[in-house]
Design a protein around this ligand. Structure first.
Ligand SMILES: [Zn+2]
Length: 299
């Protein structure tokens, strides 16, 4: 079974028992040879095959490993921001053991083959999901990436009309953004910035954050909101108090495990985190955390 999902929360590494050795407690019993038992040995202590007594663990022979529990949510919960469907999603508890837990990152989409057990989904393997376009770029198949026919025709036309302008195509594309709301020349600089920011996503360097400053905040809000629909993934911050810290939070569960939960910025990895109007960030801490992210390009 293949589970595809975005990692939204994970625990710190937890010790688990791979296997343990048991021996008969009766020193006079003929069965003095140890028996190695794999799996969850706490719940299934073996009995001696000769005298039938419950065996005792030989603790020095216990073999332990590390595991991480993670919560994966369906990619459609955060991707396809243009979709009008309202769907509720529940996360799946996944167990990553030993080397599978190395390099797990919150907010990243993974393909996880494995098996559903009573307690959790046991991962057999884990792989970062790569989009078709990124796969082609990595394998240097750029020439085979064809532009959509309409864009290709526009590019040919502009190359003929304005052969000396390297910006002609991107300016023409930017002008068409939200064409049903604004005339094409309106807010062109902001539209160019949004195209640049969208193109910077999902690469090996931090994306370009956009901070629009102006008197008409409603127009900027509509334009930015429209641009989020073009992104691969979008997280909208409806209320700062509802979302909590932008990077994430930490808490302990009933079993004493330490959990790290992704905040809005991490959930928006490879996409857009739309913070909305600056006026709703009333707390100084929230304002400074947003500014530090924008200025430091941490995400
Ligand atoms: Zn025995």
């Amino acid at each position: 079974m293949l589970l595809q999902g975005i990692l939204v929360a994970q625990t710190l590494p937890i010790k688990y028992i791979r296997s343990a050795v048991f021996r008969c407690p009766d020193s006079l019993c003929r069965s003095q040879q140890g028996q190695r038992v794999a799996g969850n040995v706490i719940q299934c202590v073996p009995h001696c095959s000769v005298c039938g007594r419950e065996m005792k663990e030989y603790c020095r022979a216990r073999d332990t490993g590390d595991q991480v529990l993670g919560l994966l949510v369906s990619p459609s919960a955060l991707e396809n921001p243009g979709s009008k469907e309202f769907v509720r999603h529940q996360s799946t508890l996944v167990c990553f053991q030993d080397e599978l837990m190395v390099d797990l990152e919150l907010g990243v989409r993974y393909d996880v083959p494995g098996l559903q057990t009573n307690a959790y989904f046991q991962a057999w393997n884990v792989q970062r999901w790569v989009s078709d376009t990124d796969a082609k770029i990595r394998h240097q198949e750029l020439p085979s990436l064809l532009m959509p026919p309409a864009i290709s025709a526009l590019n040919a036309y502009l190359s003929h009309c304005c052969p000396s302008s390297p910006w002609a195509l991107v300016a023409a594309l930017a002008a068409q953004m939200a064409a049903d709301m604004f005339p094409t020349p309106a807010l062109l600089h902001l539209k160019l910035g949004l195209i640049l920011s969208l193109a910077s996503q999902g690469r090996n360097h931090p994306p370009v954050p956009i901070l629009a400053v102006g008197a008409d905040t409603l127009a900027a809000h509509h334009l930015l909101r429209h641009a989020t629909l073009l992104a691969q993934r979008c997280v909208t911050l409806s209320s700062p108090s509802h979302w909590g810290p932008l990077h994430g939070t930490a808490h302990h569960d009933e079993q004493g495990n330490s959990w790290l939960e992704a905040g809005a910025l991490l959930l928006a990895s490879t996409g857009v985190c739309f913070l909305g109007d600056w006026a709703k960030f009333k707390s100084t801490n929230l304002r400074s955390s947003v500014l530090s992210v924008c200025l430091g390009c941490h995400i």
